[in-house]
Design a protein. Structure first.
Length: 307
């Protein structure tokens, strides 16, 4: 049966740990693995604009000995003249893996259901699992472990990043505290899934509307933009709704000594995070961005072995 990576808990805790370990080794020896030597081609499809995802997958596929085939949906038939299922059946005969940055999670599920090669979620409206592999790798580099640590996520929690932080960090043995205003809290089904995982692995999952409560004893504070792609018309309302939820130095100081800051980028200084924090010594955002390359290479190499 073909293994895909469509959401964070498509991996077991041990598989997640193994991929992070592999990513750290690939960072130290960048060209150690060549699963796409031949070269084989990997299709990388973009429905949304991208910087880090586009660069990290294109470079990573080349590092692994392959050729990235970058497809923007504006220049392909996908979703317009040709169904997702038909596209999958065309691609599976020609490429080694399919990477897709898209909108609806259902599209990824349809692609995977019709593909005999691995499909990777490079971002959907529901999940951002590749980002979490990079984040967990960054946390592991900083603290030497993930198990037993606490991450606080502050800001818009009704989005893909909050979903992935809840589930992926629970899988890594971490506790997660999410703080968001009313109306922007995470989906209860995602919270329930995270709590189910945490109960088995020793973590605690908390949801609150108080950022100062969330960051107590946190080793990591993370946030995301308040205004994601497609929400520009809501900008002024969202800025008002998120007043008091900016990660500034005062909030960082309430966390555990040595706490670090993560942000998946792009960031908007003065809104979800202050310049003092993101550009300060406790920010790991550039290391985190680089680690997208290494974590995704490890994931692709691992998937190549499973199939």
């Amino acid at each position: 049966m073909t293994r895909h990576f469509l959401k964070d808990d498509d991996l077991t805790p041990l598989e997640q740990e193994a991929i992070i370990e592999r990513a750290i080794k690939l960072k130290a020896d960048r060209f150690a693995e060549r699963p796409f030597a031949g070269p084989q081609t990997v299709a990388v499809i973009f429905d949304k604009t991208s910087t880090r995802t586009r660069v990290s997958f294109a470079v990573g596929i080349a590092d692994l000995g392959g050729v990235p085939l970058i497809l923007d949906t504006g220049v392909s038939q996908l979703g317009k003249k040709e169904s997702v299922a038909d596209t999958a059946k065309v691609l599976e005969r020609q490429v080694a893996q399919i990477v897709w940055r898209t909108f609806a999670q259902s599209g990824l599920e349809e692609m995977a259901a019709n593909s005999s090669v691995p499909v990777i979620n490079a971002l959907s409206d529901s999940w951002h699992p590749c980002q979490l592999l990079a984040d967990l790798m960054t946390i592991r580099e900083q603290f030497g472990k993930t198990k037993g640590l606490k991450l606080a996520y502050v800001g818009d929690a009704a989005n893909n990043m909050a979903n992935s932080y809840l589930v992926a960090c629970a899988l890594a043995g971490m506790s997660v505290s999410v703080a968001a205003p009313e109306g922007y809290l995470p989906d209860e089904s995602v919270v329930s899934r995270a709590r189910e995982i945490a109960a088995m692995l020793g973590g605690v999952i908390e949801v609150t509307t108080d950022p100062t409560e969330a960051v107590v004893d946190a080793n990591v504070i993370a946030t995301d933009t308040w205004i994601s792609m497609g929400m520009e018309e809501e900008a002024e309302r969202r800025k008002a709704d998120f007043a008091g939820f900016s990660v500034d130095q005062k909030l960082m100081n309430l966390a555990s000594p040595g706490a670090v800051f993560l942000h998946c980028l792009p960031a908007y200084r003065g809104f979800e995070v202050s310049a003092e924090v993101i550009d300060g010594p406790r920010s790991l955002v550039w290391q985190e961005a680089e680690n997208r390359l290494h974590a995704q290479k490890a994931l692709m190499a691992w998937l190549a072995e499973q199939n």
